[in-house]
Design a protein around this ligand. Structure first.
Ligand code: MF3
Ligand code: CO
Ligand code: CO
Length: 256
């Protein structure tokens, strides 16, 4: 890979304004879809809801057509970690957990955000998985500071999960984000403190811990997309698009 391809693009204040708009819309879509999660709803219905909302706001669903991906959302149930394809015959059931990931392009920039939701009442260990995965994201965001290094972010996520006995998925990672959904650098959810790229104001990162109740090993289903845990244990996934600023980390994908 050329050094050009590895370069991390720093965003100007004007770029950040656009990313705030794209990010907020992505956050609003996720909130809307989360409100629609209930036993009996089909995953394709969630996708339709998302597409309507995105287009009504003048946005473009970033995932649709990305490397041939056929939908606006990734909807991943239970042992599915990421990249579950919305399906007209796939229904959410009481006790499931469902990870929803959405990307929105607006004003030429991308917002990327995900969360795992409980469908009705879920087992206590599933609820705990969601809580810990959300906390991992928060711990990572706290480290997204000027003067820190990328390994500090990665390590904070890994430490929070593994010290509590959870698995940290290795094969999929967070990423830089901006005009493209996936930019440099890659942001693993595991790593060593005080290593890696030095964090600078203007970097925008999608942080996205994928945390499991069992082993971290995953495989891809025959549809070429859906990533599942090898041991069949459940997984959680939370993601925010975050800007590193001189005033600290700024979460761009909050709904308000
Ligand atoms: N949004 C995912 C990520 O967090 C990527 C989705 S891939 C797609 O990086 F094909 F579904 F778009
Ligand atoms: Co995402
Ligand atoms: Co992402």
């Amino acid at each position: 890979m050329s050094s050009e391809a590895r370069r991390i693009e720093l965003k100007s204040e004007k770029d950040l304004q656009h990313m705030r708009h794209a990010g907020r819309l992505a956050g609003q879509v996720l909130e809307k879809v989360g409100e629609a999660v209930r036993p009996g709803i089909k995953t394709k219905e969630l996708d339709r809801l998302a597409e309507k909302f995105i287009r009504a706001a003048g946005g473009i669903p970033t995932f649709l057509g990305y490397r041939g991906y056929p939908a606006c959302l990734c909807v991943s149930i239970n042992e599915e970690v990421v990249h579950g394809i919305p399906d007209a015959s796939r229904m959410l059931r009481e006790g499931d957990i469902v990870s929803v990931d959405v990307g929105v392009t607006l004003e030429g920039f991308v917002g990327d955000t995900a969360a795992t939701f409980a469908v009705g009442k879920v087992p206590a260990e599933s609820q705990k998985l969601l809580d810990v995965t959300r906390e991992c994201l928060r711990k990572g965001i706290e480290q997204a500071r000027v003067g820190g290094r990328l390994g500090d972010v990665s390590h904070a996520i890994q430490e929070h999960a593994e010290s509590r006995g959870y698995g940290v998925v290795r094969d999929y990672v967070g990423h830089g984000i901006g005009r493209q959904m996936h930019e440099e650098p890659v942001v693993p959810n595991y790593g060593s403190p005080r290593t890696g790229v030095r964090l600078e104001a203007g970097m925008t990162l999608a942080l996205e811990p994928m945390i499991t109740l069992g082993h971290w090993k995953v495989r891809v289903l025959d549809n070429g997309w859906t990533v599942v845990t090898q041991d069949g244990k459940r997984a959680g996934h939370f993601e925010h698009t975050v800007a590193i600023t001189s005033a600290g980390p700024e979460i761009l994908t909050l709904p308000h």
